[in-house]
Design a protein around this ligand. Structure first.
Ligand code: BG6
Length: 484
């Protein structure tokens, strides 16, 4: 039975806390997954926010939760676990002392969640330490982006490491908490039919794509400094790539999984200098139409000139035995045609075609692992059109619709990951070495993008990105799965 814990959110009034963390804890509470006696503290920067913290989080949570999840009685019980605390994160004073006292009279199991900009991680960890809040079973959760490049990530990691051991540092990537991502491990490592067909002998290419319809939203300051490569590729896309490409871990635990993921990152072929222009496309959205409405371009939303990319497509290769010559196409972008996150495993077609040309071309098998909007796994197979006398090959779909099958279940990546952090299970969190390896692959791309010829290509909002992204696959005889 899991022990009760104290969960302290630094940045308790921020978007992440209000939109994701508190609603996720409510879901956990409602499902009976939060041990009795556990407490949640949200730190805020103004005293009136501390006084009205429960109202603030309730109002926010009610606007984010689904109607059928809201139950006033349960919320009231849950609310009793929540406490707003006034604190200046960077200044060790009597408010820190008072929080330390409250914690030290409470639960031994502690999670400190940095829902703050990385600039204050270091000061915050130091104050947690100096205020005497760290117990032997304390851990810290740090949100992405972890740094701006390899050097800054290293410095943040080194700062945190002064106060917390590596096994107490939980670097979160919420994509790893998505149910279908978890299911990818089950699919690969419990079904012989897939794992035996999971290499360059059978697979033609792999596509990992996260398309979003939203634009800059309210994050101009952060986003324009980061761009899509740092915001999405360095973490979410590279983690998905690792799970698709890694060797079977010997156990389902943090050490085994992280070791295998790291090997993939280490085997990624570096993209340096001229390789970058040949294998990457960066784009920036201009005005267009989304769902019948006109929307502004990135620069208009931002109100200034900028070379930041809102779209990235990359052709990557993993130089190891299993994946030799199999391209991995990564793509992400904002203001694209549809919100969708999926992994496509495209198989080779049989080497010998026994059907006449009149039956149509061979259709490659595709395993489609969709993370959103729905969670489903589909296998696209070829069958014969029964209505025709002469053979005609048509695609058919074998469908494992997880969203339909578990319709009452509301999948919430943050809930899963926070429960894991509270239970001290780091398997779905990222090791420092993975962060370093990912940045080491990304840094030369960023460097090459500084060249004037590598400016972002414009693409219309509501499209699938710049035409150069289509060309990237066309030169290999392929096409994005959903680009049609
Ligand atoms: C975040 C990025 O990590 O992931 C955002 O910072 C992005 O820019 C978001 O919108 C996408 O997450 P999801 O789960 O909505 O696909």
């Amino acid at each position: 039975m899991q022990k009760p814990f104290d969960f302290v959110i630094f940045g308790g009034a921020g978007d992440l806390a209000l939109r994701k963390l508190i609603p996720a804890w409510y879901r956990a509470y409602r499902e009976g997954q939060m041990p009795k006696g556990s407490r949640i503290f949200g730190t805020v920067r103004r005293t009136e926010q501390a006084d009205g913290y429960r109202e603030m989080v309730r109002e926010a949570a009610y606007s984010y939760l689904r109607d059928d999840e809201i139950d006033n009685e349960t919320w009231q019980e849950f609310e009793a676990c929540i406490h707003g605390v006034f604190i200046n994160i960077t200044e060790l004073d009597e408010h820190w002392e008072s929080l330390a006292k409250t914690l030290n009279e409470g639960n031994e199991e502690r999670v400190f969640y940095m829902a703050t900009p990385p600039a204050v991680f270091s000061a915050c960890c130091k104050n947690i330490h100096d205020a005497g809040m760290i117990t032997p079973t304390s851990r810290v959760v740090v949100e992405k982006p972890l740094g701006y490049d390899a050097k800054s990530a290293d410095s943040i990691n080194a700062d945190i490491a002064q106060y917390f051991e590596e096994n107490a540092i939980f670097r979160i990537d919420h994509y790893l908490g998505k149910e279908t991502v978890q299911n990818l491990l089950a699919l690969r490592f419990t079904n012989c039919i897939f794992e035996h067909l999971w290499d360059s002998k059978s697979i033609d290419h792999v596509e990992i794509s996260i398309s979003e319809t939203v634009g800059l939203e309210t994050r101009a300051g952060f986003y324009d400094d980061a761009g899509a490569l740092r915001d999405m590729v360095q973490n979410h896309l590279m983690q998905l790539l690792c799970l698709v490409a890694m060797e079977p871990p010997s156990k389902l635990n943090a050490d085994s999984i992280r070791t295998e993921k790291l090997k993939v990152l280490d085997a990624l072929r570096p993209l340096v200098g001229d390789d970058v222009a040949k294998n990457t496309v960066r784009g920036q959205y201009v005005a267009g139409e989304m769902g019948g409405k006109k929307v502004d371009g990135y620069l208009d939303e931002l109100g200034k000139d900028s070379n930041t990319e809102t779209f990235v497509a990359i052709r990557a290769h993993i130089d190891n035995w299993r994946w030799s010559n199999v391209p991995f196409y990564l793509r992400t972008g904002k203001r694209l045609k549809q919100r969708c996150a999926e992994i496509i495993i495209q198989y080779k077609t049989p080497t010998h075609h026994i059907y006449p040309d009149s039956a149509g071309a061979m259709i490659p098998n595709r395993l489609v692992i969709q993370l959103q909007p729905d969670e489903r796994v589909q296998m696209i197979v070829t069958s014969n059109n029964l209505e025709k006398h002469d053979a005609e090959l048509v695609p058919g779909v074998m469908d494992l619709g997880l969203t339909d099958r578990y319709e009452k279940f509301y999948s919430d990546a943050y809930k899963r990951l926070m429960l894991d952090a509270a239970a001290n299970n780091p398997a779905l969190f990222i090791h420092r070495n993975e962060v370093d390896a990912a940045w080491n692959w990304i840094d030369p791309i960023i460097e090459a993008w500084q060249r004037p010829e590598n400016k972002p290509k414009p693409y219309e909002s509501g499209s699938w990105g710049p035409k150069e992204s289509e060309d990237l696959l066309r030169t290999d005889g392929s096409a994005w799965f959903n680009a049609g």
